[in-house]
Design a protein around this ligand. Sequence first.
Ligand code: HEM
Length: 243
Amino acid sequence: MAIKFSRTFLLRKLHQITGIVPLGAFFFVHMFTNSKAMNGEAAFEKAVQELHDTPFLLFIEIFGIFLPLLFHSIYGVIISSEARSNALGYSYARNWFYFFQRATGIFLFVFILFHILNLRFGLIPGLNLTPVAGNADLSFNIIAAEFQIPWVMVFYMLGIAATAWHLAYGIFLFVVDWGIVIGENAQKYTLYACIALAAALFGVGANAAVSFVRPCGLFPQALCEHKSESKPVSKPTAESKRF
Ligand code: HEM
């Protein structure tokens, strides 16, 4: 007997899948690359240059990042506008988690748009106007200058926290919805593991962000390898901020 799936059902499944692969996978790789800033300008810029040298980069960016991101965020906003959260009516943790899943999704729509225009394309008026794309040799100083502006650093910290929660709780919803984790106890421990994953992802991302304004990020500097030619992070000048 042929099984018929409704269009909404298939779109929901595609929405869940795109959140895990490629977007979730991209976030892990992205935070790993950013963490290279712990070891200074030279180490970070070498990593960015290697990314820029990836064959078929534009193809990977369009089909592996931008299109899945566009679909996941637009369909996510549609789902959020339909969802009725019980968070204010009931105090169950799961209702709050569900509410945060949607709230972080809507916030991320704004944050990621800002972030890509800001660093990838250098198109936010009043901030740095040099794109990181095509300028790997300037990438560390571009980001360091941005992150010395307090509101930008706070906005990025919120973006990292929102992504960490959205991805980790999204993994929980995915494994439950796809019937991978079924029993009540198994779901409880999976939820704990996902909360721990959110905390770990936030820790790694926040440490990477701090590494652009303090060598070795939140860790003692003795733990990091700084090449002697690596310049110390300087305060942004009128020219480096390119107003
Ligand atoms: C420590 C914080 C972060 C830093 C320093 C950072 C840095 C960068 C840089 C430099 C680029 C441009 C890459 C290039 O053109 O070579 C970029 C692109 C991007 N970032 Fe981030 N990022 C951070 C946090 C985030 C977060 C929280 C997200 C949320 C998912 C995110 C998602 C993206 C996306 C989707 C792109 C576009 C990818 C592409 O153009 O290939 N980033 N980021």
